[in-house]
Unconditional design. Structure first.
Length: 415
């Protein structure tokens, strides 16, 4: 089986030019209309290539099936269509650089934006390959449209090679992963797979078998507003209380001072005025009990600030986001083992990694569908300096094709 390089590239370029930026403030599902637009395109393309049971539901979730020719477990592949709201995904102008020379890349739309090997060492590994960059004014959207393009090409290749032994393959494209809602409307019974692989990782030849566990804290600080001319002894400024609250968080637990397996508290959004302030704080750690300690720190800090600002009320609400996929992958060890064997069969050296983040795979695994994460050629994600490597995307597609053939040798089981 041969991956079609040009077809993969053309699809990727088409996908990144659709604005699918997620919007955390939106109450709609999905949070932005561009995600529905892209889903409709994927449905049309999957139908045209001959996939079966192709659908897009009211939540924007796209599913399809590539029929199998062996009595073996159902294997699913997943990627998300939305892109990060941290940098705009509107009017993306991708630039394709063939036979990349390995030097720093100055982006054409903003001469202050330069991708350097100093800040991104993997740029040197891309020498001689094809890379795709932004123009420096938007993100690229390789996270996770690289994964979407990989899965679409994988499906196309399987349909073009009906004699290749494999069981049923389920395609699953989700929305709003970047704002923690990617799996909110997924029914695992409808996916009906033994295992799933999420193409949403950096570089190549990496299998992520562990992720952060994650909670989201919303801190609401209520003060008392009154005209400043008569404020003495009466005003309680929620903005000042918020500043005191944040200043008292342990600086050693900030993301800018942690690495490897160290967790963090990350205030990333603040809104409000004198009468009320809301702060959004990410809680991240590989250990769920440690997350509970972080939550305890926030509650303690709230009590302290309330005592410093009489009349101020502080409410801390903690919401579960996802859990370390390692906790669930132990129940289906073949998920990771076969991914490793697929790399070995292709003569590649593969590494297992724990990532300081989460994916749809974290939630899918938590819900009972073991879903390790695979490389998809992404680099500098969530940034106008983002780029993707076509050769690494091709390599990822080859891994996916090898995975389904290896699973074809496994006995069928009821998921």
């Amino acid at each position: 089986m041969q991956v079609n390089r040009q077809r993969l590239l053309e699809r990727f370029l088409q996908y990144v030019q659709i604005d699918t930026t997620a919007n955390e403030r939106s109450k709609e599902v999905p949070s932005t209309p561009g995600q529905l637009e892209m889903g409709k395109l994927l449905v049309a393309q999957l139908t045209e290539m001959g996939a079966q049971s192709v659908s897009q539901d009211q939540y924007g979730v796209v599913m399809a099936t590539i029929p199998g020719n062996s009595d073996s477990p159902v294997v699913a592949f997943n990627s998300h269509v939305d892109t990060s709201p941290e940098t705009t995904g509107k009017n993306v102008k991708p630039t394709v650089i063939e036979d990349f020379d390995g030097n720093d890349v100055q982006l054409g739309g903003d001469n202050t934006k330069i991708i350097t090997a100093v800040d991104c060492p993997e740029l040197l590994d891309a020498k001689g390959k094809t890379i795709i960059t932004t123009d420096g004014t938007t993100l690229l959207g390789g996270d996770d449209k690289a994964g979407v393009a990989i899965i679409m090409e994988l499906a196309n290749v399987l349909l073009e090679n009906p004699d290749t032994a494999h069981g049923p393959v389920r395609i699953l494209f989700t929305c709003d992963e970047e704002i923690g809602r990617g799996v909110d409307h997924i029914n695992i019974k409808n996916v009906n797979a033994t295992v799933c692989y999420n193409f949403d990782g950096g570089g190549q030849n990496i299998v992520d078998n562990e992720t952060f566990s994650a909670d989201l804290a919303t801190v609401t600080i209520t003060g008392v507003n009154i005209h400043p001319s008569i404020a003495k002894g009466r005003m309680v400024n929620a903005i000042r209380a918020a500043a005191r609250f944040l200043d008292g968080l342990p600086p050693e637990l900030s993301p800018e001072r942690t690495s490897a397996r160290e967790g963090f508290l990350h205030p990333y959004q603040i809104d409000g005025g004198v009468d009320k302030v809301k702060i959004s704080i990410l809680l991240r750690d590989f250990s769920t009990p440690q997350l509970e300690q972080y939550a305890g720190l926030l509650h303690e800090r709230a009590t302290e600030v309330e005592s410093e600002f009489p009349g101020c009320r502080i409410k801390v609400h903690i919401r579960n986001q996802y859990r370390n996929m390692a906790d669930g992958l132990v129940h289906e060890p073949r998920a990771v083992d076969i991914a490793l064997k697929a790399h070995q069969s292709l003569g590649r050296t593969c590494s297992l990694e724990a990532i300081r983040g989460g994916t749809d795979g974290s939630r899918l695994t938590e819900l009972g569908l073991p879903t390790p994460n695979l490389s998809s050629g992404q680099h500098n994600i969530h940034s106008p300096l983002e780029w993707a490597c076509l050769d690494e995307m091709i390599a990822a597609c080859e891994v996916g094709l090898e995975i389904v053939q290896l699973w074809a040798k496994e006995p069928a089981q009821t998921p």
